[in-house]
Ligand binder design. Sequence first.
Ligand code: 5AD
Length: 342
Amino acid sequence: MDIKKTIDKMIVSSNANIEDIVNVLDSNCDNYLFQQANNIRKKYCGDEIHLRAIIEFSNHCRCDCLYCGINRQNISLERYRMNPEEIIEYAKRAYEAGYKTMVLQSGEDPWYDRGKISYIIREIKKLGDIAITLSVGEREYDDYKQWKLDGADRFLLKHETADEELYNYLHPHSTFKNRTQCLKWLKELGYQTGSGFMIGIPGQTLNTIAKDILLLKELDVDMAGIGPFISHPQTRLRNNPTGSTNLTLKTLAITRILLKRPHLPTTTSLEVTNVRDRENAFYTGANVIMRKVQPFEYRRLYEIYPNPSIKEQSIENERKEIENYVKMMGRKISSDRGDAIK
Ligand code: 5AD
């Protein structure tokens, strides 16, 4: 079978069946795949890289995800919550350093009820032309609706795996049906919606990854976070091998080829696994970088997976470092909010 022809067919039709995707994932045709994904990124998204500030404002979590270090059963983790004023203050600092998107992320923490999140959104919106991305997990329809009215622009809710049985096993507190229902509500409400999944989660096959990519397509996502699984010692999936970074890059490339326009970040887990692959990702379809901007003491406590590379660097210095890095790659830093490309 000619893999290049399969890739060419995907480029033209923006479609593929599971078997085609599995064949490409399983092939050694990396150079051709990556080149084509890079061309498509250039054609549809341009050379700009979007920098996002992420404020991980609480590591309290009611969830019990088998892979995640902040799962509620991890009693050895010190928990923190930033109060609304502190969140707004850090958003202000990030805005002054040049960030135009604030990703507000937390564990699923009901302490932040509808009203508290509303207040935070409205106050951050008063600071300037800032896009707000929420990433606070599964909530009621009316919460999502209110926050959209308050001015939230985007929402990230990864589907984690498109295999329903595997999803339900990995998330004893949730169901695949509710997860996808939330994603549909978010789209309906007009959020620029992001999803995503992990590569190498135990129980996943190439067939699952093909279904993951096709689910992103079906959901018609505006963003997708795809990164390798890294096992955390305080989880039930401890001692499982780290996901392959090469397979992650191939998955990114196929996603770029089939979906064309979504924003694709280089996930932190990719950086942690292999710092050179972060750079490679920008040549296989990626166009976004996110940076933690909360106080240093909270950065290492948001430990979804072990990350020895967390920096204690000021927001301004880190931003400058990334700007230089982007220039070194011959790419440009976007000066706008980096909304969904439609
Ligand atoms: N390895 C890699 N990614 C993980 N995530 C959670 N736990 C891990 C892990 N052990 C990802 C999930 C989640 C996001 C916050 O981080 O995709 O949605």
